[in-house]
Design a protein around this ligand. Structure first.
Ligand SMILES: [Zn+2]
Length: 211
């Protein structure tokens, strides 16, 4: 399976200007373009606990851009990634190429999470863990993002997001029928066990974060 349910794509023309240092203004555009999920680990941003607080990551890191006096401005939309706090924090220390135009240094470095190339290096197991297909993927999993150490959290968040998307799909389907039709009631019955699962997963996640 893919790491992200939907591959994120940045819009070519962001609604806010790409000049200046206030890159936070791009957050609403990024949230939509990344389907409300972390670009790197695919976690959904709606869970609401502090540890899944979402941030704006600079793909070519902010500190490196400043230090190297790069022509890439801090508000350049094509360099921004909607990211969970964990991925953003883990990534911060790493930028193996030490160039703003080259992302890889041999088997170390990052692949832009927008587009399908990212998915060539990584994959999602049936139970929601993130594994690698390539040495670069292995570097991202074990060195940069530490997906291997975050495996329990990632599995829970993945399950939570899958159930959420399934419920959304069924509700869309439900809305195509009138309330008193046979179809409506049949589809509605499918929702009950899913709501139950969703509820218990939410509790499991809360317990996970609250220790
Ligand atoms: Zn993440």
């Amino acid at each position: 399976m893919t790491v992200r349910e939907k591959i994120p794509m940045r819009r070519p023309n962001p609604s806010k200007s790409e000049t200046g240092n206030n890159y936070g203004k791009h957050k609403p555009d990024l949230q939509e373009d990344f389907n409300y999920c972390c670009g790197y680990c695919g976690s959904f941003d709606g869970f609401g606990y502090t540890k899944t607080y979402f941030e704006i990551d600079h793909f070519v890191p902010k500190d490196f851009l400043i230090k190297s006096k790069s022509v890439i401005g801090l508000s350049k939309y094509s360099n921004l990634v909607y990211s969970c706090r964990s991925c953003n924090n883990f990534k911060t220390k790493h930028w193996p190429s030490q160039r703003d135009d080259i992302y890889l240094n041999g088997d170390e470095g990052f692949v832009d999470p927008c587009g399908s190339e990212y998915e060539n290096h990584l994959y999602r197991t049936d139970d929601g863990a993130i594994m690698w297909n390539t040495p670069i993927g292995k570097w991202m999993v074990t060195i940069a993002f530490k997906f291997d150490e975050r495996i329990e959290e990632l599995k829970l968040l993945w399950k939570y997001n899958s159930i959420r998307l399934t419920i959304e799909k069924i509700i869309d389907e439900l809305n195509r029928y009138s309330v008193d039709s046979v179809e409506y009631n049949e589809i509605k019955n499918q929702l009950t066990p899913l709501f139950e699962k969703h509820y218990f997963l939410q509790k499991e996640l809360a317990d996970f974060y609250n220790g």
